[in-house]
Design a protein around this ligand. Structure first.
Ligand code: RIB
Ligand code: CA
Length: 308
């Protein structure tokens, strides 16, 4: 039986690769793509969502979400993803109409339809999810699981303490981690171990189709950015989160209590992971701490085959 999912996203180069992977899988029933302000402002993440879904040829609704965080100003990442959000990749203008409902109303609508089986894959800031949970108090009983790319036990990529998706809207992340919904946290501890090397990119994108050429361009953009940080290869954070829903064995998870810092001057947006259970609080998340990197590369190669 397929897994019904909604992918909440701020495309974003690695979001784009995550969407190619998701739509290539026969295991996922993608009910909707919901856009959120994040890597770049909402207008562009929504346009990129429409262009990507159209380009992939998927018949999936795209619903527009929040301009920015619940409380704070939007912090964007054009320095990584470029002004358009897709770095140097140019896609044809999408031809699908925006869904008439907001992201949060779409999430609720689909949660009702899926009768408790809906999975959310959140690969941008968690604003839309938090708004949905605040607007619909019964929603938390209708979501099977939230798999989110975000956070980290030990490092930050936006401040020394915080990962981007959590940093952009820590208040929203706090609501999600306190919701009681099972959370799979695919953070930097795992994504940084899933480095796709240059030789892997060649292996993955051997295909001859138009889409495989475009996917190769996205990988190359990723590796250009990673080189700026001294890394040889591409860290495709969001694609790993999607991969972990398609094949849960791709990551090694541990049950930990996770809290989100929303007050600290230096630590705002940090996911505080209680690895030794010193708080004696019950675990509220499964945190990815290791990755089957080779298995992930094989899944990415399989993705290309699906588009040949
Ligand atoms: O920290 C990585 C995350 O932030 C990814 O989701 C990337 O797209 C950016 O949104
Ligand atoms: Ca993202």
């Amino acid at each position: 039986m397929k897994i019904p999912v909604i992918i909440d996203t701020d495309p974003g180069i690695d979001d784009a690769l995550a969407l190619f992977l998701a739509f290539s899988s026969e295991k996922l029933d993608i009910r909707a793509i919901t856009s959120v302000g994040g890597n770049i402002p909402l207008g562009k993440t929504t346009k990129n969502s429409i262009d990507l879904v159209s380009y992939i040829g998927a018949n999936t609704k795209v619903a527009k979400g929040a301009e920015g965080p619940i409380l704070r100003e939007l912090h964007t990442a054009e320095y990584v993803h470029g002004e358009t959000g897709l770095h140097s990749v140019v896609l044809p203008e999408g031809n699908i109409k925006l869904y008439e409902k907001s992201a949060w109303d779409t999430i609720y609508e689909e949660a009702i339809k899926c009768e408790g089986r809906l999975n959310i894959i959140a690969i941008g800031p968690l604003t839309n999810i938090a708004i949905a949970l605040m607007k619909y108090p019964d929603l938390k009983h209708k979501i099977e699981k939230i798999t989110l790319m975000g956070g980290a036990c030990y490092i930050g990529n936006t401040t020394p303490a915080a990962e981007f998706n959590i940093y952009v809207d820590a208040e929203a992340a706090d609501i999600v981690f306190k919701s009681g919904i099972p959370v799979i946290m695919v953070g930097l501890d795992a994504t940084h171990k899933a480095l796709v090397l240059e030789k892997d990119i060649e292996y993955i994108t051997e295909g001859k189709s138009k889409i495989s050429e475009t996917i190769r361009q996205f990988f190359n953009c990723c590796s250009i950015i990673c080189k700026l940080y001294g890394l040889e290869g591409a860290i495709v954070h969001d694609a790993l989160a999607v991969a972990s829903v398609i094949n849960p064995n791709i990551i090694e998870k541990h049950k930990y209590y996770v809290a989100v810092e929303t007050k600290g001057e230096l630590t705002y947006g940090k996911t505080v992971v209680d690895i030794y259970n010193v708080t004696k609080k019950e675990a509220n998340a499964e945190v990815a701490m290791d990755v089957d990197r080779e298995g992930f590369v094989e899944m990415l190669r399989g993705m290309i085959k699906a588009y040949e």
